[in-house]
Design a protein around this ligand. Sequence first.
Ligand SMILES: [Zn+2]
Length: 536
Amino acid sequence: MTITRRKALTLAAAAPLSAAAVAQTTAQRGTPATKPMRIACLTFIHETVSYLPYDTVTEDFIYEGSPARGEALLNSEAYGYMTGFVKVAREHANVELVGIESPLGSKKGSGSGWITKQAFDRFVNKMIAEIKAQGPFDGVYLALHGAMAVRDVAKGEVEIAKRVREAVGPRAFIVGTFDPHGNEDAEFLRYANMAFCTKYYPHYDTNLQGERAARMLIRCIRGDYKPVSATRKPPIITPSVLQWTGASPWMDLVQRALTWEAREPDVYVSFYYGFAFADVSEVGMCFQVMTNGDAELANHVADDMANTAWRLRDPLWHSTKVYLMPEGVKLAKDAMAKKAVPVVLADHSDRSGAATWLLEQVIAQGLSNTLIGTVADEDCIEALRKKGVKVGDAFDMPVGGKLDVSAGKPVRVRGVVNTVSGGIVGGGGGAAKSQLWVSVKFGNNNVLLISPYLCQVTDPAQFLECGIDANKFQTIAIKSRVHFRRGFYDNGWAKTILLVEPVEPFLGTIRLEALPRKFNDLKKFYPYNPNLKYPA
Ligand SMILES: [Zn+2]
């Protein structure tokens, strides 16, 4: 497709300006690069697995260091959205950042059940009160996720943007950063001006999107960028395990977004894969495209991305092989026999952390030299804490299961306490340091790591934080979908990767039809309705 008007614009822009002309243009704009500005920064990040049998409550966000405000909030992470935002904002002159009191991650880990309205209101009311008290602001930065689900609130992130807009007025600019597992539609951009979404899974570019958000927000405030956006929602729903962007066609969609950003100055493409395990009306894939005042171009790029995704809808569902648990564990045994080790057995489906299906199969099939990390069991951990557990103690307890049917039955483990630690930092929310994690040695050189909450181990080195050297095992059985590829696959560490799920179509498996839905209808999405047409 040719865009004649755009070509004309490009040619005009290519004509060199004299230094005098540049100076004159800058003066006419009346927006010197040193104009002081104030930006409020806040965060509220949660990926809600609304099918879990427990809610995420106020106390889950309150622990040492959370909520955070001021410099503590701005420096609350070593790497990520806020870090990138602060770094680039502070490279600009006369930019004042104000850290608004915000909850850091839930101590139940990256995903947990419905956020209660009480918890949501508690933190958002405080944010709005602080914005009003400390304003006026020229801009607001919202570090969000996009898959937040709040009881009795239709769209959590939209509600935050709406209330922030009411507080700062129509002239301020609002920019958000998002996780690609966000369930987004056009609503957020009714109240906010821009949204930048991480492109890769594993999420390698969180810091980069924060940096970009800062630069673009400052450009907006200085009148150098007039954001217009276009949103498309091709009706495609996929489970997270299939969304690995290291393989085609997921990789191709990321590459296509990057290509648009490279070939058209000031175009930004946000690609949300969607999060199928939140029962919300806005579930499913989404593209948002932002341009500098060019609605025609925004619509053109958004159509191109959405139509391309729709053409690829069938391969999007077949890029990753997932085995049923018994077969996957047998394949791990075969790989060990052939010395194709280390083997990673990843139970992608466990959303509570308590699932015992993999542990059960490891024991049933007699695997040796296997590290299982983790099975979450808060009651077991509390019982051990009360006992004053120490290394070398005999261990004979049922572990895991119970939480819901998808977690399975508790599995009795008999062995010896191997390590007692504070757990994996970042693995159990920001509160990990104050937690108790216990590992047990059993069978033929097997170790089971028990944590209070779900932990996705993303790098074998993380086990060292619990005193366990993953290099001493041949199979590592973990709970992760894609994030583990950072440290187990992308660097060539593992020789065999096996993604597994229980035989039954439970919460978390690729069989999304197993979940009861109240706020959306699978029949409105590919592949659950073969007769869908897009664009409609
Ligand atoms: Zn994500």
